[in-house]
Write a protein that binds this ligand. Structure first.
Ligand code: NOJ
Length: 575
């Protein structure tokens, strides 16, 4: 199993769908949380002395982040691929949505074998997205609107077209050029077998063999992802120095921080031993997977932190590590400032899964006094509407979960298009571009379905995404009601729900960073948690309406029926 949950396979939902009869309709009694005992939390985080603490907190502790997948956000030059100009043109939309910070997926120079996660020059902008001037202009325009900008940093590997890798191919085994990467002799007769049994995340072996300059079959190099993404050797000081140079390059231009790709994979285990579990059982995030989460990784994060602290910049690491204690280590006060925890993105829409994800995510960060992050989807993970069942029910559940992530203590990351309620698009094979699809021989459909360009206005593709006629991935014919323009006109839309929720999150003291959190006892199928002194978020994962506790309903994801909350819905109630 890869660390990138297959977008094409929404997890099966153990609950009956609305068209199936419940096992015993008579037994589905109306749920009632009116008698909530708010003094008896299941899991509680002690209230911090809010005012004093908030003043001292860094900006990211109370921020709402928005992930821009630049190819798919907005196209300003008509070539059908989104770009930095497109982001800049829509900054007012983002400001009005209420977000505080952007995470922009890679826009650095790349031959695009993995859509920018294969970087050939980490200190320049790829012409597909613009140039350095376009980045500077975007930064200035975002800052004018009070929006911070963070960008993706891809330290684990380069592109095969990076000058370092090209030099390594023409250099000799044992040379300084090869020592920047992970080159090894093969095993077996003639060195014809890869140096170890590691599989690549995208399928096939994690090693490729090179042809030496004299034409003979040569060494093998490591690539945890595609062959076009050779892994760097972080034991080599030159590699770490170059990373520092990249950090400073962007920080000096005014970038507010970085999302760090494969933050748990930078250090490799001594001797590169075989994996002891069969590849078919691989669980990235499990302690058995020696390709990731090796002890040496922490010194690399300390080095990064020393630099980012000089600029008071944020770092958020991609950390696929399930064990809470090991996860927490990345967030010690001298390492990453934030870490992606993907538990909610993997949770099904059941009370147990949601509660478990919340409890574990908080436990992982509490131990090191760090702040949690919450995410329902990203460019690697199936969109939440699809994961929760698709269609009307998937949308209803995604609306409910929007109220969950925006009420939890910590930092929500919204993936572009979530606020419109987009679902994955079922693309024809001929349209697919993800290397995961090709490397796995079609076994994994890959991540293109959650990367389809955003619809802005109009009633047919390309829905204002581009002034050109085609888009890099085809857009579906049935998105007319999901465009930004259509949703701004519809008070019941997902977009209006997000805008209302983010505005309330800003204005209510219960949601302030450092404000208390407690998971409360709740009826079967419900999750209830409290923020501050008496605001509760109630989630009803059943398909029966439930009575809310007495109080003022500030916001609900579905129309209220008196004081009853519909199934597959959530509400914020001021008690
Ligand atoms: C994680 C990124 O999110 C994903 O899109 C990419 O393919 C891999 N890292 C490799 O960089």
């Amino acid at each position: 199993m890869s660390d990138l949950p297959a977008p094409e396979a929404p997890a099966p939902d153990p609950r009956p769908t609305p068209t199936e009869p419940v096992a015993d309709p008579g037994a589905a009694a109306e749920l009632d949380v009116a008698e909530l005992d708010v003094t008896a939390p299941d899991v509680a985080v002690a209230p911090a002395p809010v005012e004093a603490a908030v003043a001292a907190l860094p900006w990211w502790d109370s921020a709402v982040f928005y992930q821009i997948y630049p190819r798919s956000f907005a196209d300003s030059n008509g070539d059908g691929v989104g770009d930095l100009g497109g982001v800049r043109e829509h900054l007012d939309y983002l400001r009005d949505l209420g977000i505080d910070a952007l995470w922009i997926s890679p826009v650095t120079r790349s031959p695009m074998a993995d859509h920018g996660y294969d970087v050939s020059d980490p200190r320049d902008i790829d012409p597909l997205f613009g140039d350095l001037a376009a980045m500077d202009a975007l930064l200035a325009a975002a800052h004018e609107r009070g929006i911070k900008v963070t960008m993706d940093l891809v330290p684990n590997h380069t592109s095969e077209e990076h000058p370092w890798f090209r030099a390594a191919l023409t250099a000799r085994p044992g040379s300084a050029e090869r020592a920047r990467y992970v080159f090894r002799d093969g095993r077996g007769p003639g060195g014809d077998e890869p140096p170890n049994n590691w599989p690549s995340i995208f399928g096939g072996p994690a090693w490729s063999r090179v042809v030496e300059p004299d034409g003979t079959k040569g060494q093998w190099y490591l690539h945890l992802f595609a062959p076009e993404q050779p892994d760097l050797n972080f034991d080599n000081p030159e590699v770490v120095d170059d990373l520092e140079k990249t950090l400073r390059f962007w920080l000096d231009r005014g970038i507010d921080g970085f999302r760090i790709d494969v933050a748990h994979g930078l250090a490799k285990p001594d001797g590169l031993p075989d994996l002891e579990i069969p590849a078919t059982q691989l669980m990235v995030g499990s302690v058995e997977d020696s390709r990731f989460d090796n002890p040496g990784v922490h010194e690399i994060h300390r080095r990064i932190r020393r630099v980012t602290d000089e600029y008071r910049a944020v770092t958020v690491g991609e950390i696929w590590v399930d064990d809470n204690e090991r996860f927490g280590k990345y967030l010690r006060s001298d390492e990453l400032t934030l870490g992606f925890n993907f538990r909610l993105a993997r949770a099904q829409f059941t009370a147990d899964d949601i509660r478990d994800a919340i409890t574990n995510s908080l436990a992982a960060v509490d131990a090191v006094d760090a702040v949690a992050t919450w995410t329902l989807s990203n460019h690697d993970i199936s969109r939440e509407v699809t994961r929760y069942g698709g269609g009307r029910i998937g949308t209803a559940r995604a609306r409910a979960m929007a109220l969950v992530v925006l009420a939890l203590p910590g930092v929500p990351f919204l993936y572009n298009g979530s606020e419109l309620g987009l679902a994955d698009v079922d693309l024809p094979d001929a349209a697919l571009q993800d290397p995961m699809f090709f490397r796995s021989g079609g076994l994994m459909r890959g991540r293109d379905g959650c990367r389809v360009p955003l619809p802005w206005d109009g009633v047919a593709p390309p829905y204002g995404f581009t002034t050109g006629s085609s888009t890099w991935l085809p857009m579906p014919d049935d998105w007319a009601k999901l465009t930004v323009a259509a949703e701004l006109d519809d008070p019941t839309s997902m977009l209006e729900l997000y805008r209302a929720a983010i505005a309330l999150r800003r204005s209510r003291p219960e949601f302030a960073a450092g404000s208390a959190f407690a998971l409360l006892p709740a009826a079967d199928g419900c999750v209830v948690f409290q923020r501050g002194q008496g605001l509760v978020c109630v989630v009803n994962t059943t398909d029966e309406p439930m009575q809310l506790p007495p109080g003022e309903v500030l916001l609900s994801s579905a129309p209220m029926d008196g004081d009853r909350l519909a199934g597959d819905a959530a509400a914020w109630v001021a008690l």
